[in-house]
Design a protein. Structure first.
Length: 615
């Protein structure tokens, strides 16, 4: 209200005051989050539920936070637990002190966390307000900090980190902002009030120190800084006399602004640094204040993030960093990795740029789990060495310009990667076709992506590989594939993959009539078809029962003439449709009529999905 009044040009300006939710709407939100239905609240919890909602004051964040806290319990019918939570809220959210009271409610969720989740949540205070945080990036930083522990040697720390991330999502302490076609959260943000809380707690516990435009942050830096996050290049360290002393125990240094700070000491003095991330600025001045020449002295370093930074090379002595777990140089100007990288035997994640050459001896990195951005034409020796990387579960490669002999070696190496779950291939269709008969699929493959160059049909699959079938791929949840020739029954074969949730299927031409059964695509959430005509009527009632997003191409002439039915009411959960009208010399009148019919079909659907028409 204060901001609104300050912005008003005169006393006659109207200021809209947002009303809280009604009690009825509050009850729906609360009970749906806990019981999945507003009608399933046990009778003995109705009274305490009502009292909790009264204290939430109709504030959605308060309601969903309390509901998420209760929903996280193993048993939701313990009345004493609900009553204890009611007493903990205090007087609840009141209009005269809403910020203070909301912080009390949010604090309940924080103090209910286990110790490892508290650390993971407080670590999020390093990020600026409204910053979109990539899940994978965050988890590797958690691992580097030692927040994720596991007693069982066969368990992957990254997998446990995903459980941590999902638990924070389920408790509504972080908000999903980017969801992929499978329905999985791949990026998140922090609600401003939650960020304010964890920044406050983090400062109290001397967990993270922040330098930004707000003078209060810079002046509150502790004598011994453990983790430092730079949000503003113009921020100054408050006391230059103590720079080196106060930063000597620094564990994390993360930059979110082109850093021109001249007060930062040499990396050689930061002997306890575990996390160094200088790739969040997106500018060529991103690391102008830091020289990587001394990075070899950071013997405790576990995470080196340089994504999109203006870096030309890594120092040779990077091989000294025996504890290093993650290197991310995607988008940099580094043309080759130093040969000493092969001595990093604890390296788990390596993400390189497609212009980067890899040294010989990569097979020595037997702890590697994630390998991204490998250009085989630049590093052909990696083809044979891949067979030694038996722990890899995510592999992204570009294998254009390969000869037949090298392709056979690669197929053999891939056969040794029994833990492979995600395989991304760029420009490899014509070579993968030689795998159609002989490739033994990894048993746990759940994502296969093959991106081809449509201007070069030779980079596309000749046809649908025979190993794409329900028997060979029982857990495949994401499939991206482009083919030169699609047979009439191929979509049905793909549709019978039991776990498939996301499909991108491109085809240059179709041979025969496309046929799809009513039992197809039972788990699909999103399907996109490119290069050939498809309409929703191809999928009979019963097929695609869970589909939320659909992209298809169709002729405007055929829709306008009535030859093609664009009805979609038989796809019950549809939320978003992309319809691309093919360039087939349709007249303006036909295009206009086709648009009207498509929008009419969307409006006739019970859920009124968003219709995006592309010309």
């Amino acid at each position: 209200m204060n901001v609104s009044e300050a912005c008003a040009s005169s006393g006659h300006d109207m200021i809209y005051k947002m009303k809280p939710l009604s009690f009825e709407d509050s009850e729906v939100l609360f009970h749906r989050r806990i019981f999945q239905s507003e009608e399933k609240c046990p009778h003995d919890l109705l009274v305490v539920s009502t009292e909790i909602l009264r204290k939430c004051g109709g504030v959605p964040l308060a309601i969903i936070t309390i509901a998420s806290l209760l929903a996280s319990k193993q048993e939701i019918n313990e009345k004493d637990e609900w009553s204890h939570l009611l007493a903990s809220i205090g007087r609840g959210v009141t209009e005269d002190a809403i910020l203070k009271d909301m912080k009390r409610i949010l604090s309940l969720s924080y103090y209910d966390l286990s110790s490892h989740l508290k650390s993971c949540l407080l670590y999020l205070s390093i990020f600026p307000e409204d910053f979109m945080i990539e899940k994978d990036w965050l988890i590797w930083m958690w691992i580097a900090e030692g927040f994720i522990q596991c007693d069982k040697e066969e368990s992957r720390l990254f997998k446990i980190g995903e459980h941590y991330f999902n638990e924070l999502i389920n408790r509504s302490l972080i908000q999903p902002t980017l969801i992929n076609g499978e329905g999985m959260v791949v990026a998140c943000q922090i609600h401003d009030m939650v960020l304010d809380l964890i920044c406050s707690l983090s400062a109290e516990e001397k967990f993270v120190s922040i330098l930004d435009r707000a003078e209060r942050h810079a002046s509150n830096l502790q004598w011994k800084v453990r983790r430092l996050s730079l949000h503003n290049s113009k921020a100054k360290f408050p006391n230059h006399r103590y720079d080196i002393t106060s930063l000597s125990k620094l564990r994390s240094f993360v930059v979110f602004s082109p850093a021109t700070c001249d007060w930062l000491p040499s990396l050689s003095s930061l002997q306890f640094l575990r996390v160094l991330d200088l790739g969040n600025c997106g500018g060529h001045e991103s690391i102008s204040c830091v020289s990587l020449k001394c990075v070899g002295n950071l013997l405790h370093l576990r995470y080196l993030g340089l994504k999109n930074a203006d870096v030309h090379e890594l120092p040779v002595d990077i091989g000294k960093l025996q504890l290093l777990q993650t290197i991310d140089i995607e988008g940099t100007r580094i043309e080759k990795l130093p040969a000493s990288v092969v001595h990093l035997t604890h390296l788990k994640c390596l993400s390189v740029d497609k212009r980067t050459r890899l040294p010989k001896g990569m097979g020595l990195l037997t702890s590697l789990e994630v390998l991204k951005g490998v250009n085989i034409s630049l590093s052909p020796h990696i083809v044979k060495e891949l067979s030694e990387l038996t722990k890899v579960w995510m592999l992204s490669i570009d294998w254009s310009k390969m000869d037949e002999e090298l392709t056979n070696v690669l197929i053999e190496s891939l056969g040794n990667l029994l833990k492979l779950q995600i395989l991304e291939i760029w420009n490899g269709g014509r070579w993968i076709d030689r795998m159609r008969e002989g490739w033994v699929l990894p048993p746990h493959l759940h994502k296969f992506e093959s991106w081809g160059n449509w201007s070069k049909c030779a980079d596309l699959f000749l046809g649908l590989p025979k190993w794409i079938n329900p028997t060979s791929l029982p857990v495949l949840s994401s499939l991206i594939i482009d083919v030169q020739e699609l047979q009439g029954g191929d979509i049905q074969i793909i549709g019978m993959l039991p776990a498939l949730r996301f499909l991108w299927l491109g085809a240059v031409r179709v041979m025969g009539k496309l046929v799809v059964g009513a039992d197809a695509f039972a788990s699909a959430r999103e399907c996109r078809f490119k290069g050939f005509p498809v309409t929703p009527c191809l999928f009979p009632p019963g097929a695609m029962p869970r589909l939320q997003r659909l992209r298809f191409e169709v002729s405007a002439q055929l829709i306008a003439s009535g030859e093609v039915d664009c009805g979609m009411v038989h796809l019950p959960l549809l939320e978003l449709v992309w319809a691309m009208l093919q360039d087939d010399n349709s007249s303006y009148e036909q295009i206009g009529k086709a648009k009207a019919l498509l929008r009419g079909a969307a409006n006739a659907h019970p859920k009124h999905p968003i219709m995006v028409i592309i010309l």
